[in-house]
Design a protein around this ligand. Sequence first.
Ligand code: ADE
Ligand code: ZN
Length: 343
Amino acid sequence: METMEEWIRRLPKAELHLHLEGTITPRTLVELSALKGEQASAMTLAEAEALYAYEDFTGFLQAFKAVVTELRGPAEYELAAWRMLEALAEQGVRHAEVYISVGVIFRLRPEEDRRDPELFARIFAALERARVRGERELGVTLYWIFDAVRHFTLDEAARVFRLAAAMRREHPSIVGIGLGGDERQAGSEPFRALYAEAAAAGLRLTNHAGETTGPEAIREALGIGSERLGHALSAERDAALMEELRRRQVPLELNPGSNVRTGVCPSREEHPLRRYFDAGLMVTVNSDDPAFFGATVADEYWLAHAVHGFTREELRRLAENSFRASFLPEVEKQRWLDQIGSC
Ligand code: ADE
Ligand code: ZN
């Protein structure tokens, strides 16, 4: 008899809210530190684990940055992406749209960036090698989303988005842009012109909204043309907004485990996943930064069942939503929807 876990693994799923750097486990970090070749600089597992300690959302963002600091060049990024792809395949994730923290990369290394303007191109080429290999060997497709940090400067975000627009011509795997970071320090309105410019360049628009802030931040994100919203935790505090999200079927990239672990939601039981689903919103479940939060997207499906009582039919709907809300071409979406239907 197939268990629920086994069935969830077999169910084709897309992950739409996943930060590459947030998939790096302490074990992979040790492996990455050994790549440098100097034995003295290799980390112990305990040293790596210490980087992942945090108490609240602000602490989480600092820990995330500390992990990105350990990624020095193309070899580290390629291995990190490959380990991520292996983990996705293991869970039955067949397609993922993955944030790369391009804004953090540039902010962390101003000197190196000035000296070596091609560094990012080499890092991206390494990520592409992992992506192509993942598609060929594991059957997992990937799109990249270039993520800027909303509490850094507007110029830094402009650089990230324009780079995405320029590189996209050669690399159609770069499908969109997004804004992460601390919403309490910066909303969406300042990025209006940059979002319009990115859309005109053919990029799809995602945005973290209503994670640490109220429903007004979600309205603001919608107002600048964001097509997909990350977290949207506070939407239920505004009935008219809920109705708008339902009517427009705006895809929501929910991350219950992330929200509980960063302390922006008191418990899984109180997470609005079930209420949003029952209200007819276009919800997807995602893992955000699984190495920091301790739950994969397959775990999130299982917990939707165990904590929120999602039946197989309802989990199928979540999986269907994940492909519908993806940036895949319509024919690809349909192919996965057909497979889910017979799962
Ligand atoms: N960067 C990585 N994970 C994030 C999150 N959950 N919120 C904002 N920025 C992030
Ligand atoms: Zn996120």
